[in-house]
Every structure is written in C-alpha cells, then in structure tokens.
Design a protein around this ligand. Structure first.
Ligand code: URA
Length: 291
C-alpha cells in the first residue's frame, strides 16, 4: 500500500529537513517502513493510552495532532544524519571520509547512464584555490580525474599562467558522474551531488573558488544569469550549512568554462582578466611565459 504523508506533515518534515541542512546535515537515510505514516493509527492509540494512564483528557482530534507530531519526530529520528568528516580538521582525512561516504554512489540517475567511474576531485587538500567545473566528460570518466581532456589541457595552461601547477590547486565538478553525451547535469542530479562538493570545499577551506561556466556558478551560488552578468566580480561564498569557527568562508569568482574558450578563443582575454582578479586576491604573480 502506498504510504503518503498529509500535506501538513510533509511541510513539517520539509521544514525540519531544511533546518538540518542549515546546520550542515545533508544526507538522510530513511529506515524501511517500520513506523512512519503507516503507524499513525498506532500512535493515536498510544497517545490516547498515555493520556488515559496519566488521567488527562484529550479529544480524539488533539490526540491525532499529537500523534502526528510524534510521527514527524519519529520519522526525523529515523533519518540519520551522516557527515562523518565533521570535526575532522585534517583535510586529507576529511576528504577521505567524504569519499568513503559517497561510496559507489547510486543516489541519482547518472549512475545507470553509462558512467564508468565516479570522478571525485583531484589536487591539493590544502589548496588556496579550487576550481569547479560542470561534470566529467568521456576522458574524465575514463581516467577518474576531472579536466584531463581538451578542456583540461586548457585549464592546466590557465593554472600555469597564474604561476601555479595543477598539483597546487584542487579541481572538482558539480556532478561526479558523466552526464551522457556531455549534456549539462539536470537539476536533480546537481542537487543530489553538489552537497558532496560543498563538503569537499568545507574540508579544504580554500581562499578562492573559481566557478568555470554558468552551470558551475548556478550549482554553487544558486544564481542563474548570463555569464556576462555573472563574471568580473567576487562573491562571498560559504557552502550552505557550514558553521566552522576556523573558516569564514571564501571568495568566489566566475569565469568562462574552458570548453567555451576552445569554441570561442576571442574570450580568452576576458577569462584572463577574471584570473588576474583571483591572482591579486591570492597575491600571485603571473608566470613569465604569459607576461
Ligand atoms: N568539463 C567539465 O566541466 N569538467 C570536467 O571535468 C571536464 C570537462
């Protein structure tokens, strides 16, 4: 029999889940039916019995309302928050715990759409600079590392132009599994996957995050606008729900995705301006090859 929640109960549940999200808890695991709405009538009986035992009078309507509140509590208690890296200050360890928690992920439809492997992220767990792309392409899916194909070569050159190496920064994507045909990730896929990225960012605590392209910007800032409006400035960024006394959050810049720059190389100058803004923030000097 299908179990459905009445709208008020659903809203209460949604409010509570939002509250947990704000506290930095994103993952919830629902235990199998044992008790949620299916046990509502049992709960009404229990509440009524408790009231009788305690000698209190309670109308059937009120008993039902109390039972519903119990049901919400119970269901919330049954959704176990999982964020094993919380309180772990070593980013290497924190990233390992996040990777373990991700497991052989089947949380969204991408796991059954031809992905070869999960592309978690790569680079320096203590990086000051973190790049975020859209999602793995064929090469990344094959090699298990973000930005290793043609776009990746350009990104590597952009990083070098900033006077850094790939090993000094961290690179990840909004989604960790290849969307088929290199399509943009769908909303549900991004929303399911990006909490893991947010946790990675919170573990690394970079000084600057660079979103590569509008999809990455949207995934990080929940802002949808043309690139011309988004780029050219810093945003204050802290992954939602992170309350870390050791980290104020960081700056976020948005620039063109390398794949776009490969299609329209005339925009490279604009992207370079964005990267120079980032370099000023990080106190970096351009590498000799580009000056
Ligand atoms: N494009 C992306 O957005 N990410 C990759 O990892 C590769 C290409």
């Amino acid at each position: 029999m299908p179990r459905t929640l009445d709208p008020k109960l659903r809203k209460a549940l949604a409010d509570r889940i939002r509250f947990y999200n704000e506290m930095g808890v994103y993952d919830f695991y629902r235990r199998e039916p044992s008790g949620l709405a299916s046990s509502l009538s049992e709960l009404v009986e229990t509440v009524e019995e408790e009231q009788q035992e305690s000698g209190d009078e309670m109308s059937p309507r009120k008993a039902t309302a109390v039972a519903k509140a119990h049901a919400v509590e119970k269901s919330i208690l049954e959704v176990l928050p999982s964020r094993p890296e919380l309180g772990v200050s070593d980013p290497v360890k924190a990233l390992r715990l996040i990777r373990e928690d991700l497991g052989d992920c089947t949380r969204c439809a991408l796991h059954k759409q031809g992905r070869k492997q999960i592309v978690f992220g790569v680079g320096n767990p203590n990086a000051e600079l973190l790049f975020v792309g859209e999602g793995p392409g064929a090469d990344e899916d094959e090699q298990g590392e973000p930005f290793v194909g043609r776009s990746g070569q350009l990104l590597t050159n952009m990083i070098k132009a900033m006077g850094l190496s790939r090993e000094q920064v961290y690179i990840a994507n909004i989604v960790k599994c290849r969307p088929p045909g290199n399509r943009a990730p769908e909303r549900e896929e991004s929303e399911t996957c990006s909490p893991f990225l947010m946790r990675q960012i919170a573990a690394i605590k970079p000084k600057v995050v660079v979103a590569l392209g509008a999809t990455a910007a949207k995934g990080l800032l929940a802002m949808s606008a043309p690139m011309t409006q988004l780029r050219g400035r810093f945003y204050d960024f802290k992954p939602p729900g992170v309350r870390d006394p050791d980290w104020e959050g960081c700056k976020l810049a948005i620039t063109y995705h390398p794949a776009f720059l490969l299609r329209d190389p005339r925009q490279k100058g604009e992207a370079w301006k964005d990267l120079q803004m980032v370099m000023r923030e990080l106190g970096l000097k351009a590498s000799k090859a580009t000056t």
